[in-house]
Ligand binder design. Structure first.
Ligand code: GRF
Length: 215
């Protein structure tokens, strides 16, 4: 069974969606460890409620950023983690962790990448006035939101949308596609060629607004 390590800094609704899929038997995985950089994060309560081990690491107590990520990698390796999930982890992951888990770190971003990278994706979307937005699950590389894309889901944007209304609708889609991307990984269906992710058993159809479609 796939062993997950999760990094999160905030309320952890994506973390919850992953736990829910596991508990519903739809995702054959277990969360071995939650690591957070925020001692007040609500995600900690969620971990406690589901008896998941958690660890708070204060980045300020490390001599360098690389040291912080080295420690994270060590903790994850100690628990034999196969795949690392960034579920609202508000930092740019650095080389020591990426090298320890090459193409084995997934992130969710609240826009259709490569548009609107970085912080406050939904605000950037609302301010720009685009018509279609969405969310993206991708593997993590050394850049900010630049790694190979696994799955994207689209939603319409209205001129009346605000950061809040858009965040709420985007989040609902995030909760569907993130556990699904993890499931594809757990079924051994993902392979990475350069910056392209191939998915076994998947054929393109024009009407897909979630690509690949959930099955
Ligand atoms: C989500 O919008 C996600 O796309 C972004 O951070 C937010 C995390 O939300 N990376 P939550 O903590 O999972 O509720």
């Amino acid at each position: 069974m796939l062993k997950l390590g999760v990094l999160a800094s905030g309320r952890g609704s994506n973390f919850q969606s992953i736990i829910d899929e596991i508990e519903a038997g739809k995702l054959k995985a277990s969360v071995r460890l939650l690591i957070t950089d925020n001692p007040d994060a609500y995600v900690i309560d969620r971990a406690k409620r589901h008896s998941i081990e958690y660890l708070y690491l204060n980045p300020c107590t490390f001599t360098s950023k690389d040291d912080f990520y080295l420690k994270i990698a060590e903790e994850l390796k100690q628990r034999d983690v196969d795949l690392v999930i960034l579920a609202g982890f508000m930092r740019i992951v650095r080389k020591p962790l990426i090298d320890a888990f090459p193409n084995r770190i997934m992130n969710i971003h609240p826009s259709l990448l490569p548009s609107f990278k970085g912080l406050h994706g939904q605000k950037q979307v609302a301010d720009y006035g685009i018509r279609i937005s969405g969310c993206t699950v991708h593997f993590v590389d050394a850049g900010m939101d630049t790694g190979p894309i696994i799955i994207q889901a689209a939603l319409p944007v209205s001129p009346d949308d605000t950061e809040d209304t858009l965040s709420e609708r985007t989040l609902k889609l995030e909760h569907k596609i993130f556990p699904y991307a993890i499931r594809l990984y757990s079924e051994g269906r993902l392979s990475v060629e350069g910056r392209t992710v191939r998915i076994k058993g998947y054929e393109l159809r024009e009407e897909f607004i979630i690509n690949p479609p959930l099955s």
